[in-house]
Design a protein around this ligand. Structure first.
Ligand SMILES: Cc1cc2nc3c(=O)[nH]c(=O)nc-3n(C[C@H](O)[C@H](O)[C@H](O)COP(=O)(O)O)c2cc1C
Length: 183
């Protein structure tokens, strides 16, 4: 049997860091004039199989917060290792000031069932309509009902083939990617 490790107390404001590393997604949203925006998000979780629901947690201060609250739609785009260099940049400017599709040379493709675009360079997309909104401290949880989902045809059947794709995870200011299967 392995040894039980000795524990230290962690400051309460650092407790969320005990949940890292976390996978990163890029959420697209749109304003009422049709201008799209992108926000990197690590606070995301599935909440229901049937109906299919996924929750994202967005700070009140983000431009994306306003857009998602007003339009009640968003798309979850899954980036891979190839996009790692722009993840931090996408998260260091606001769509209030910058057109992030133009600035970072990303391709906006039409979604099937919602107005916010897909990011062409990502490997998968989940289109959501906001089903419920929950205020939680300095963030808001937007629960999205999945209305369409698609993935690159070579890398997904019933789950990702992780020998072919390298998902990005955030470990505070550092990034890592998925390794080899161990079992
Ligand atoms: C990897 C990464 C993950 C992030 N995760 C979240 C998150 O889960 N929720 C959130 O509100 N902000 C998150 N942020 C911060 C926003 O992405 C950042 O403030 C962004 O510039 C907001 O853009 P906007 O004002 O255009 O919406 C994250 C940033 C990075 C780089």
């Amino acid at each position: 049997m392995s040894k039980i490790p000795e524990k230290i107390n962690i400051k309460l404001n650092l407790a969320t860091r005990l949940l890292y590393p976390r996978p990163i997604v890029l959420i697209t949203s749109i304003n009422n004039l049709g201008k799209p925006n992108i926000i990197p998000v690590a606070w995301i979780m599935p909440t229901s199989f049937s109906p299919p629901l996924i929750a994202i947690s967005i700070a009140l201060t983000r431009h994306s917060h306003k857009l998602i609250k007003e339009s009640r739609e968003f798309v979850i785009n899954i980036p891979t290792k190839e996009l790692v260099n722009i993840i931090d940049l996408l998260g260091s400017v606001s769509g209030k000031d910058v057109d992030k599709f133009k600035e970072f040379n990303l391709t906006a493709l039409p979604a099937k069932k919602v107005k916010p675009p897909l990011i062409g360079e990502c490997i998968a997309h989940i289109e959501c309509k906001v089903e419920s909104i929950l205020d939680t401290g300095d963030h808001t949880i937007f629960v999205g009902r999945v209305v369409a989902a698609m993935a690159d045809k070579d890398i997904f059947e019933t789950d990702y083939d992780l020998r072919k794709v390298k998902i990005i995870l955030r470990h505070e200011k550092r990034y890592l990617t998925t390794g080899d299967y161990i079992i």
